[in-house]
Design a binder for this molecule. Structure first.
Ligand SMILES: [Zn+2]
Ligand SMILES: [Zn+2]
Length: 148
């Protein structure tokens, strides 16, 4: 996920769009037994300023795992918007991502956005009824007699 802004500058442009499909380690996912269902998609544009580069766009990912209520399979699909500045100055603000040699690597930023956007629980459907706490029946599939 590296953008060559040096090349972009030489070509006389100060803006370009990008698209990356990248594999990320399933260890980034805090949910139990969950994994990425497809490569993470990153699209956006970079705009070159003086010593800074602004990267704006969207990160899209799908995670498959277990429903936190009924333990059935569940899919979580997320789109995370980003707008982050990169700087090649040594004294740059610590909130700004660094880049060097005219190459802006988006990997660390994307990894952080994925980690911070990961939910603590996912559900097979919005109205999942979960498991009966008494007999363990999946209440989406069958009605038990415990609560009568
Ligand atoms: Zn469920
Ligand atoms: Zn029951």
């Amino acid at each position: 996920m590296v953008i060559d802004v040096k090349k972009l500058k030489y070509s006389g442009k100060d803006e370009c769009s990008f698209h990356f499909d990248a594999e990320f380690d399933d260890a980034l996912i805090t949910l139990p037994d969950a994994k990425f269902l497809s490569p993470v998609s990153v699209t956006g544009t970079v705009t070159i300023g003086g010593n800074t580069v602004l990267a704006e766009g969207e990160i899209e990912y799908s995670v498959g795992g277990q429903c936190s209520r009924c333990l059935d399979s569940a899919i979580f699909h997320n789109i995370v918007a980003f707008s982050e500045e990169f700087s090649d100055r040594k004294d740059a603000d610590p909130d700004v991502y660094p880049y060097a040699k005219g190459l802006v690597d988006l990997s660390d930023m994307v990894r952080e956005k994925i980690i911070f956007s990961m939910p603590f629980a996912i559900y097979c459907r919005d109205d999942c009824k979960g498991l009966c706490p008494v007999c363990g029946a999946n209440l989406n599939k069958s009605q038990c007699d415990c609560n009568k």
